[in-house]
Design a protein around this ligand. Structure first.
Ligand SMILES: C[S@@+](CC[C@H](N)C(=O)[O-])C[C@H]1O[C@@H](n2cnc3c(N)ncnc32)[C@H](O)[C@@H]1O
Length: 324
């Protein structure tokens, strides 16, 4: 339970839930990796819908791992028996799966970014909406927090983070203002400094003026972009023919990385899990993966109901059958 008697599952609306559960209709029986278990909304729907699938859920946040016990309680015993959850980052997924004796996957889901309870829980220090000490760590055992980034990085590094992680056009001004205002201990103070650094005329456009700065710092604290490409490739290497990988991304930097990895995978036949096909020299190599969905957005009804889904982009790939 969260403070106020709220169940955490009630505070995160899983994005494109039906569509994602349906995507795994055609995959072979076996194990599906939910690489971003969160509050378990997607895992629950997949377990309900596909009795032939087991789910291994991983998350780097212990709050999500603790919540898994509640998810299991709400699943019927047959579905609960098909769910295992482990605390790790998704770049440790292959190792975690190996520990469970899982070397092949029927599918994988990456629902990137943060969950609503992480954002909404004031003491986690993620959001300009709640005043708290700057934190933003998904895994609270790690040392680097938003406080360190804001108070210890030089102006050039902060500006670079704001540009790279959030396309912030006032990156230089904001970085200089942050450095000048140090020490900055709280989310409210950071928001105040950022707002003051942005030209008055642009403060009223494009949502909260500090939104991009908070996003960029969160991505830096959690190394979200640094680990994504390799983690995705490693997980994809375990997926069997006709298995599927679905990725929900929420901003352009994230989606660019996903798009590149998925595009490269179309011609990559070198993964350990598939037999190297004989290719006649006069033919082009067979495709290793095919695209099932290209950058699909949630429908307008969902976007209206759940504003956090608005920026979501879903990409889905299926591993092709390869002749031995
Ligand atoms: C958008 S939420 C997922 C919500 C989930 N699909 C649901 O239905 O409840 C993202 C989750 O992924 C976790 N996460 C983000 N990056 C991660 C990483 N690199 N490794 C493991 N978990 C990660 C976050 O802690 C968060 O709980």
């Amino acid at each position: 339970m969260l403070a106020g008697g709220l169940l955490m599952s009630e505070t995160h609306a899983p994005v494109m839930l039906d569509e994602i559960a349906e995507l795994f209709e055609s995959v072979p029986s076996g194990v599906l990796l939910d690489a971003t278990f969160g509050m378990g909304g997607h895992s629950t729907a997949i377990l309900h819908r596909h009795p032939g699938l087991q789910v291994v859920g991983i998350d780097r946040d212990l709050m999500a791992i603790a919540h898994a016990a509640h998810v299991k309680d709400t699943l019927g015993s047959a579905d609960a028996a098909r769910l295992r959850v482990m605390h790790t980052r998704f770049d440790g997924a292959v190792e975690a799966l190996d520990q469970l004796g899982v070397t092949r996957l029927s599918g994988a889901l990456f629902d990137l970014g943060v969950s609503s309870p992480q954002l909404d829980n004031a003491e986690r220090g993620f959001s300009y909406r709640n005043d708290a000490r700057l934190d933003m760590r998904m895994d609270r055992s790690q040392e680097l927090s938003a406080w360190n980034v804001v108070n210890e990085y030089d102006a050039e590094s902060i500006a670079d983070i704001l540009r790279r992680n959030a396309d912030e056009r006032f990156a230089g001004r904001i970085a200089d203002a942050i450095v000048a205002a140090r020490p900055i201990d709280t989310t409210a103070r950071l928001a105040e400094v950022v707002i003051a650094a942005i030209p008055a005329a642009t403060r009223r456009t494009g949502g909260h003026p500090a939104k991009r700065t908070f996003q960029a710092i969160r991505i830096e604290v959690n190394a979200e972009l640094d680990i994504l490409a390799n983690a995705l490739k490693d997980v994809m290497s375990l997926v069997v023919p006709h298995g599927r990988v679905a990725v929900l991304s929420y901003h352009s930097g994230e989606d660019r990385i996903v798009k590149n990895v998925l595009r490269e995978s179309e011609t990559d036949t070198s993964r350990p899990n598939i037999a190297t096909p004989f290719v006649h020299p006069s033919r082009t190599a067979p495709r290793a993966w095919r695209r099932v969905r290209v950058a699909k957005h949630p429908n307008p009804t969902e976007q209206q109901r759940n504003p956090r889904a608005t920026s979501a982009r879903l990409r889905v790939m299926e591993r092709c059958e390869v002749a031995a």
